[in-house]
Design a protein around this ligand. Sequence first.
Ligand code: GTP
Length: 355
Amino acid sequence: MANESDDEIPDLVLTDDRKVPITVITGYLGAGKTTLLNYVLTEQHGKKIAVILNEFGEGDAMEKSMSVGENGNLYEEWLELRNGCLCCAVKDNGVQAIENLMVKKGKFDYILLETTGLADPGPIASMFWLDEDLCSDIYLDGIITMVDAKYCQKNLDEVKPDGSLIEAARQIGLADVIIINKIDLISQDELQTLKTNLRSCNSFSKIIETTKAKTNLEDILDLNAYRSLDSHSLFSDRGFNEDRKHKIDKTIRSITIDLEGELNKTKLEHFLQDLLWEKKINNKENKPTEILRLKGVLTLENEDICYIVQAVNELYDFQTTSWRDNPKINRFVFIGKNLEKSVLENHLYQCKVKS
Ligand SMILES: Nc1nc2c(ncn2[C@@H]2O[C@H](COP(=O)(O)OP(=O)(O)OP(=O)(O)O)[C@@H](O)[C@H]2O)c(=O)[nH]1
């Protein structure tokens, strides 16, 4: 028998401990994000996919409309937020709102979060990159950056008056997958140049070329980019030569450092804190190194198992991994601004255990 409080009774109490992946989709206006979302919803017929649009500056709206695709139908759900914007709110507000909704309506198979054109995906990624100990029902699966094949270069050539990184560069630096969409609008030569330039900004992301965002979904879903499973990407040969001249956004680059031996965790953490929190590591021009993303696979002193270290902006985390390409080599990939290979190499060298 129905009663007045029916609305408050959860439709489903979560009994399974399945964690739901959340993928952040960024890209400039018109790159093809909506086309991609529609494509995923169509292709994933039978799955329950939540699509959240994160619009910045949405004021103090308490609820956020989101679409849920299930069995080919789209319906609307409401995320109850204490503030209208997911990432401008208290840190765990967005996470809590999604978890609450799943308790009421059942778990999603995937959550796709589209940010508006000029967004920096860093704060959003940080919000969903949660400590395993918090036992959240959702986890950050990866960041997908869509670029418009025809206009990407132009967007990246923009310069901010204060010299800070433009959003397009941040979106590319933080990407786990870069989708170059609208390749029907450029020549093969232009595509090759763009790919090489993107690779110089981000050496470990997967680069996919599409028309109308049509892609193999295995390339964009279940990336596990923030889990130890993804360490392969650090060693995969993506045919990139770091020493080549940078043509796009001269301030952002990607560098790889290999180092033999075991590392001391305390020293490594001090280095990471100086680098990421204190911004005390300067390049030779005395400009502070700004890290967007860092990934490393390494061996620590007196430990049998290998570790993955990851960072997004100021956040970093160590995880164990059973996978290792070459147990003698520690590899670090840094993506950011004002990076000087010899400076970072020198700091990492100081973290080595003296034999
Ligand atoms: N020529 C061409 N046009 C495309 C392709 N993919 C998408 N479009 C068109 O580009 C326009 C923008 O695509 P959207 O998917 O709306 O792009 P968006 O990134 O969601 O844009 P905003 O909603 O403005 O942020 C639409 O008119 C699409 O039909 C493509 O591969 N080639």
